[in-house]
Design a protein around this ligand. Structure first.
Ligand code: PMP
Length: 392
């Protein structure tokens, strides 16, 4: 059919520049090893930090919920699609995050969009870290609020932006808790101090910190002992939690407001019983099996040290997200291809996801990996890097 030649031209250009993405389907479950094209590979590209995607307790909870309550919910939450289990999950999340209330959205992405687009008007200003996630950027685009961007994790630059913002009704600072491409942690104590000094609100996106940092994986706010001092905590149920969805944990007022005004919440059907029940069970697992988080960190330290001992540049990583920075865009893809040929699935990430000249292979180890798997992966990284002259 004719009509999309203008899009095809752009795609052809992307193919020429090597930025065209192809999807790589898994033929197995999402675990420490995955099957791609009939070949078993060590998985270092998923966000399945604790291995919960295949945890028997979550799978059983899903099956039981589907059998008892069906496959779908048949409505948005505000009409006929709120089941008791949705509220049970939200109560659990609020308790877990030490907040008054919580609300679940369809994804982490729509949570950021829903929160940012509904609570700010043109009388307000939003002040955002330059490396915040795309969903925060899109959420900000949906508001009529003024926008300021401060240099990545630069609290002096944040203070400059706050000083310029005295005349607005509300100043909202928004930051990722853990940055997804570098694995560094936001300087939250300093951000909170500045927020208190300049009478600003703070919103943290803990997508990569929930289930990873803080007591039982409560996130960056708890990690820094800042419970009660951060106004809005957003997170995802799709990474360490192992399932699907997003949530916001905050005051009763904010949650009640989002139930009235959060557009993705209002106009999109609620999560099926199997998803919701698995999320509830995941929170139980976080509380009852803290050894999973210990294992995650033990593995992350082992793997990062192994990479550094080999001479790789792992950037500013402080968490299980560990980039292996190679710089050149094409080289990052060649490196990833070679890793895959030798048995490791670790995706190359290049511009525009990261800055030009900062291309990398991003790795995330999980609690599920054995030390043998990680050592094998390190050997493969060394071999592939030497062949490509990344390592001498
Ligand atoms: N925020 C951050 C920081 C993320 O890394 C992601 C996941 N890519 C999201 C939000 C979106 O979460 P979800 O995948 O649940 O939509």
């Amino acid at each position: 059919m004719k009509g999309f030649e203008y899009l095809q031209a752009e795609l052809d250009e992307m193919k020429q520049q090597g930025t065209f993405r192809t999807l790589i389907p898994l033929e197995s479950d999402q675990a420490s090893r995955v099957v791609i094209d009939g070949k078993e590979l060590i998985q270092l590209s998923s966000n399945n930090y604790l291995g919960l995607t295949t945890h028997p307790r979550l799978v059983e909870a899903s099956i039981k919920a589907a059998e008892k309550f069906g496959a779908g919910t048949g409505s948005v939450r505000t009409i006929a699609g709120t089941f008791t289990m949705h509220e049970e999950l939200e109560t659990k999340l609020a308790e877990f995050k030490h907040t008054e209330a919580a609300l679940v959205f369809q994804s982490g992405f729509t949570t950021n969009q829903g929160v940012l687009s509904s609570i700010l008007t043109k009388e307000d200003v939003v002040i955002s870290d330059s490396l915040n996630h795309a969903s925060i950027i899109d959420g900000i685009r949906l508001t009529k609020a003024a926008r300021k961007v401060y240099n990545h994790v630069d609290v002096a630059d944040l203070e400059r932006a706050l000083k310029e913002s005295a005349d607005y009704r509300v100043r909202l600072i928004v930051t990722d808790g853990v940055f997804s491409m570098d694995g560094n942690i936001a300087p939250l104590p300093e951000i909170v101090e500045l927020a208190e000094k300049y009478d600003a609100l703070v919103m943290v996106d803990d997508a990569h910190a929930s289930g990873v940092l803080g007591q039982n994986g409560r996130g960056t706010v708890n990690h820094f002992g800042l419970d009660g001092r951060v106004h809005i905590q957003v997170g995802t149920l799709s990474k360490a939690v192992g399932v699907l969805g997003g949530y916001v944990a905050s005051t009763r007022t904010l949650i009640d407001y989002l139930i009235q005004k959060g557009r993705p919440f209002l106009f999109s059907t609620s999560h099926p019983p199997a998803v919701t029940a698995a999320c509830i069970e995941a929170i139980n697992v976080l509380i009852e099996e803290p050894e999973l988080i210990d294992k995650l960190w033990d593995n992350a330290k082992f793997f990062k040290k192994g990479l550094e001992d080999l001479g790789f540049d792992t950037g500013k990583s402080e968490t299980p997200v560990t980039p292996v920075i190679v710089g050149d865009e094409a080289l990052s893809h060649q490196f990833s291809d070679k890793l895959r040929e030798y048995g490791v699935f670790a995706q190359g990430i290049a511009f525009p996801t990261v800055a030009k000249g900062q291309a990398r292979v991003r790795t995330i180890v999980t609690a599920e990996h054995s030390k043998e798997e990680l050592q094998k992966a390190l050997d493969i990284f060394e071999k592939a890097a030497k062949e490509l002259n990344i390592l001498k």
